[in-house]
Design a binder for this molecule. Structure first.
Ligand SMILES: [Zn+2]
Length: 122
């Protein structure tokens, strides 16, 4: 669990929110001209980076408003929260630092062994 700061309500527990996928996806304005492949790309294909990622979230158990978040998907570090329509903030984040390349915390995959500092260095 971690805290998410809703831009309308303030800090709340993660359980009050739902992830709504990648942010800044532009809806096609020429839908009748698109091929099946172009529609499939718009509807289904998203980037899935490990590291800095712009996401939409909704405060499901609160104000029910959507907003954007910049999050490091490897560490769950939240770098910025901003309202829909506001420009994406410029931020930087550090990459994973463990010897295996996995994030030290918050990998999102419970099957992955979490390495603590100094662990596995004998
Ligand atoms: Zn809210």
């Amino acid at each position: 669990m971690f805290l998410i700061t809703c831009p309308y309500c303030g800090p709340r527990d993660q359980s009050e929110f739902s992830n709504a996928g990648e942010a800044h996806i532009a809806r096609p304005t020429n839908g009748e001209e698109l091929s099946d492949e172009q529609w499939a790309d718009f509807v289904f294909l998203r980037t899935n980076p490990k590291g800095l990622f712009a996401e939409r979230w909704v405060h499901t158990a609160g104000c029910r408003r959507f907003f954007n978040m910049l999050r490091n998907t490897a560490t769950d570090e939240i770098l910025a929260v901003y309202r829909i329509g506001e420009p994406r903030p410029q931020v930087t984040t550090a990459g994973p630092v463990t010897p295996s390349g996995e994030a030290p915390i918050g990998s999102g995959n419970d099957a992955v062994k979490v390495m603590r500092p100094g662990e596995g260095t004998e």
